[in-house]
Design a protein around this ligand. Structure first.
Ligand code: PHE
Length: 339
């Protein structure tokens, strides 16, 4: 039996030595120390060893087991270290390799303008909201006092989805959503895409507007003009000139159109402003009391003003973009120039 044990020790250590991976090593472990392993079988047979030899053989058997276990764990550590070394070798990054250069992205000019205007509005106390691009006839027209026979209600001018659902033709439905859901006083601004059945070099079926609405007690046209002046100065500088023309919108009364110093020629007169030195800034006015009442606001207590600048034109002028379509085509050649 002693001989057998010495044999096991010799073979065991030799096989552990040559195990090439974790799987092979585990096979060796099972072969000697597993439930039916060679050493296990011998230890189980100890009861048949004559009593006088048992002590000696037992000590030897234990020592063999300890040596095999020690060799197994040493080999296990070696194999794991080797695997780690190989993995690191494989994943090595050559930090001395020259880079191919990173391509710098940039915000779209519309996004840049939008961000600038939104920042300005937030500084002035407005809350930014967003309302759906697909609207019902009620929010886009009816609640804004747009009469049944108004041309914008026609298929020729608006993009309908069904008889009563259409792509919003302006951001003004945001006024109705705000009045229905917020408690005055409030100041909201809603940026967004709007859609019209229009298509030439200065008109696109998709374009962008903001809707701003201020509702409070005792709001007058004077307050509106002060705010507009402030906005124009912050956008175009202190020396901006403004002029006001009467206008008509069914949802504001009175309605005005505001022009500001032409940003193309800075007031000198050019083809864009037809020599006047002014270009349209935006339309707006005092909210028609009828609109307030329809949306559940007491028009005896509250009044307000609303305005809705289009932004594509300003972006075209400041970036010298000749055709509005460039803004929507995602053409890299154009976008690279706009960085
Ligand atoms: N919605 C109007 C348009 O698209 C602009 C506007 C907004 C006018 C708010 C008055 C008040 O032309």
């Amino acid at each position: 039996m002693k001989k057998q044990l010495e044999e096991i020790l010799k073979n065991g250590l030799a096989q552990i030595e040559v195990a090439a991976d974790l799987k092979q090593l585990d096979d060796v472990r099972l072969k000697f120390l597993g439930k039916t392993g060679e050493l296990t079988t011998i230890l189980r047979g100890m009861k048949d060893v004559p009593a006088e030899e048992r002590r000696e053989v037992g000590t030897l058997a234990n020592s063999v087991r300890e040596q095999i276990e020690a060799a197994l764990s040493q080999k296990l550590a070696d194999l794991e270290n080797e695997k780690l070394r190989l993995d690191m070798e494989k994943e090595k990054v050559d930090i001395t390799e020259p880079s191919t250069g990173t391509k710098r992205g940039a915000l779209h000019p519309l996004t840049r303008f939008n961000n600038k205007f939104m920042e300005l509005c937030v500084e002035m106390g407005f809350t930014v909201i967003q309302t759906p691009e697909i609207e019902t006839d009620y929010y886009n027209f009816e609640a804004l006092n747009v009469p049944k026979n108004h041309p914008s209600r026609d298929m020729q001018d608006s993009l309908y989805i069904t008889d009563t659902i259409l792509m919003r033709t302006h951001t003004s439905p945001a006024q109705v959503h705000a009045m229905e859901t917020l408690k005055p006083p409030f100041k909201i601004v809603c940026p967004g895409r709007v859609y019209r059945n229009d298509d030439d070099s200065s008109h696109s079926p998709i374009f962008n507007q903001f809707e701003a609405l201020v509702i409070d007690e005792n709001v007058s046209l004077k307050d509106f003009m002060i705010m507009v002046r402030e906005m124009a100065e912050r956008l175009y500088g202190k020396d901006v000139k403004m002029r006001v023309r009467p206008a008509f919108f069914p949802f504001t009364e009175p309605s005005i159109e505001i022009d500001a110093t032409c940003q193309m020629c800075h007031g000198k007169g050019c083809s864009l402003c037809k020599g006047t030195g002014f270009s349209e800034f935006f339309g707006g006015g005092i909210v028609n009391p009828k609109i307030l009442e329809m949306s559940g606001i007491d028009s005896k207590k509250y009044s307000g003003f609303a305005f809705g600048p289009g932004i594509d034109r300003s972006v075209m002028i400041t970036n010298k973009i000749p055709n509005i379509k460039y803004l929507f085509r995602n053409d890299m050649r154009f976008l690279k120039q706009m960085r």
